[in-house]
Design a protein around this ligand. Structure first.
Ligand SMILES: [Zn+2]
Length: 145
């Protein structure tokens, strides 16, 4: 019988690892453990490289955010532009739906709709509302103008 060099448990003479604490009891076993640990480390490294890959998967998300920002800016330009043009037409009938449409497409309005509805209306919905009001405004302009 011999005892474990680490925890003093009684071990068989030919035991390569301690049954209690797992400490290697021979140089071969220590080598083997080292190689095993190294393999595990390499695997972990490979896995974290995989994580890097999934991080580069964030790029589409960032692109989406860019697109979202672009959309936001577009909405502001379109909304304010429409309102400014509509204000020059006041008090003509077509100015009012254009003003409403211009307000509807402004991003903060979308956020306001989030409160009563639980989630903000889709951008497409706001764009649709804008399109309807703009169409009404243009129709009134053509018919009455
Ligand atoms: Zn031990």
């Amino acid at each position: 019988m011999k005892t474990c060099s680490r925890c003093d448990s009684s071990l068989d003479d030919d035991a390569r690892y301690c049954v209690e604490c797992g400490a290697p009891q021979t140089e071969d076993a220590a080598d083997e453990l080292n190689k095993y640990v190294q393999r595990q480390a390499e695997q972990v490294a490979a896995e974290s490289e995989g994580d890097d890959d999934s991080e580069s998967g964030f790029i589409p998300t960032e692109e989406l955010t860019d697109r979202e920002q672009l959309w936001r800016r577009g909405c502001y330009v379109l909304g304010y532009g429409t309102i400014v043009i509509a204000l020059t037409r006041v008090p003509a009938a077509e100015s009012w739906p254009l003003i409403l449409g211009g307000i509807a497409i402004l991003p903060p309005i979308r956020r306001l709709t989030a409160e009563p509805l639980g989630s903000p209306l889709k951008r497409e919905v706001m764009a649709g509302i804008y399109a309807v009001f703009a169409l009404i405004g243009i129709t009134l302009f053509v018919v009455l103008g």
